[in-house]
Design a protein around this ligand. Structure first.
Ligand code: ADP
Ligand code: MG
Length: 494
């Protein structure tokens, strides 16, 4: 018998004598396989895929990571998980060290992902059915289940509207409470949360009072139905259907502008519901007073109750919204990436969904690590004209250290990061390397000595001459000037 078998919590472990010891790759594979139960495929692709064990000695394991952020993240978030699983494979280990090797970032890992993290062969199951019916018998009017007043992040800019929506839910569900805000009219620009709030009202009423009939409908759909009903001479049926609801919620009423016939039908619906004390909620991109294509009598009714506006939330609220969306999408992003997104989503929160979906897809399918650089690229791919800022004050660029610059320049010129750091004298390497030095100087404000140290211990005069050469070329050679311009744009500098 050369292997000792023992059972711990129902798992079979085999400890081998030294001559059968696994090599470091096998150890890491075994550790990853064990961790499969604790981390998701996405976490694996983001933080573990490009990591390797470089050394095992003296009771310690050294892990190499492709970026500084990867190493910091493993150290701060996964240290005990990694250690526990390394110890399960090699009980003598009591420390994990991290080292950075930029060349790993360029390695397209040919290694298969361990089975536990292999890409799913079947399409992912969507756990929450995205659309749910609101009222039985009114099955074309749908809301997104995920929108609720609870999942709406409250900041100064939308607090009033949110509180008013809560009051509407309470008064609709509880016959003892008098409806104070009827009708309620929410207005504000595109992507600021109006639909979320009013679908939240519909969903919350349905949850709290399953017997009530709530109707959420977009104006486009409502208008189409009116037109169809008129065409098929079924206006009576249409009216009956709409007038038996407890709460009537109509989104984007600006679409009624200029449509007189359908406005008339809405006017009648309003009067009937209002007369019977039924709750009415409207949302639009402007207040009623600015909906000039809507008749005076309808506009004035829209303004009878409570008007509440929503504005773009501030940085902190945006950050909280990002975090709640990450949770919803089971997406893990480091704090600097969250801040980067919060800084750059400034006008419309609908963009946020796009950006997060795109990040999630690229992490899943291409194994990218979410960094301000990779996310900056996604921002630009969605909107090439956009100016990118890293900090709320818009001062600094996407690069904060030599590693960041090397990653960007290596990607731009398609030369391996190791070559940029090395001492090859080939022209196609020397030129991008000297550009790196120039940007280290201009953007990171590093001294010649510090640059030399980061680039494999080069003499400060070598760095000085290299930078001077690029500065001269930038004035005399249009190609160089173009490269610098494009790189600065990539770095988020205007
Ligand atoms: P609007 O109807 O005003 O154009 P939406 O309600 O469609 O905007 O909001 C756009 C996106 O932003 C949605 O995904 C929504 O969930 C999100 N959103 C906006 N404001 C908030 C908030 N305060 N908390 C959470 N999500 C929000
Ligand atoms: Mg909307």
């Amino acid at each position: 018998m050369f292997a000792t078998k023992f059972l711990v919590q129902g798992v079979l472990h085999i400890s081998l004598p030294p001559q059968f010891k696994m090599d470091k790759n096998q150890v890491w594979d075994a550790v990853l396989a064990r961790m499969g139960e604790k981390i998701s495929r996405m976490e694996f692709l983001t933080w573990f895929k490009k990591v390797e064990i470089s050394q095992i000695s003296g009771g310690a394991v050294e892990l190499v990571c492709p970026t500084e952020m990867n190493a910091n993240w493993l150290q701060s978030k996964y240290y005990s998980l990694i250690l526990a699983n390394v110890q399960a494979v090699m009980p003598e280990i009591d420390k994990i060290f991290f080292r950075i090797d930029l060349s790993l970032a360029d390695n397209e890992s040919k290694k298969e992902d361990p089975d536990v993290f292999a890409a799913p062969t079947k399409p992912r199951k969507i756990r929450n059915k995205p659309e749910a019916r609101v009222a039985p018998g009114l099955n074309t009017r749908i809301t997104q289940e995920k929108f609720s007043l609870d999942s709406f992040i409250v900041g100064d800019e939308n607090q009033f509207a949110h509180a008013a929506c809560q009051a509407v839910v309470t008064s609709t569900c509880d016959p003892q409470v008098k409806a104070q805000y009827n009708p309620m009219f929410i207005f504000g620009g595109v992507g600021l949360g109006k639909t979320h709030l009013i679908q939240g009202i519909a969903n919350d009423i349905r949850r709290q009072s399953p017997g009530s009939v709530v109707l959420y409908v977009t104006s486009e759909r409502f208008i189409n139905e009116i037109v169809q009903a008129i065409k098929n001479r079924k206006t009576d049926e249409f009216r009956k259907k709409y007038r038996r609801v407890d709460a009537f919620i109509l989104d984007d009423v600006q679409f009624f502008e200029g449509k007189e016939k359908t406005q008339e039908e809405l006017f009648n619906t309003f009067n009937d519901l209002f007369e019977f004390g039924k709750q009415i909620v409207f949302a639009a991109d402007r207040p009623p007073s600015e909906l000039l294509g809507i008749s005076d009598r309808l506009r004035s009714r829209m303004g009878w109750g409570l008007l509440a506006d929503v504005k773009m939330p501030n940085f902190e609220t945006r950050l909280a919204i990002i975090q709640s969306k990450m949770k919803e999408k089971q997406l893990l992003l480091p704090p600097d990436v969250q801040e980067f997104i919060a800084t750059n989503i400034r006008h419309n929160l609908r963009e946020l969904e796009n950006i997060l979906n795109q990040i999630s897809a690229e992490m899943d399918l291409q194994g990218i690590s979410p960094t301000p650089q990779t996310v900056g690229k996604i921002f630009r791919s969605i909107n090439p004209e956009r100016e990118i800022e890293i900090k709320a004050d818009g001062t600094s660029s996407l690069a904060r250290c030599t590693d960041d610059l090397i990653t960007i320049i290596s990607d731009y010129f398609q030369v391996p990061a190791t070559e940029l750091l090395g001492s090859s004298r080939k022209k196609e390497i020397v030129f991008p390397r000297q550009i790196c030095w120039l940007l280290c100087k201009d953007i990171l404000k590093m001294s010649f000595e510090a640059i030399g140290k980061d680039f494999g211990g080069k003499n400060h005069t070598t760095i000085m001459h290299g930078i001077r050469k690029i500065r001269t070329l930038a004035r005399t050679d249009s190609q160089t000037a173009r490269h610098l311009h494009a790189l600065k744009k990539d770095l988020g500098l205007k």
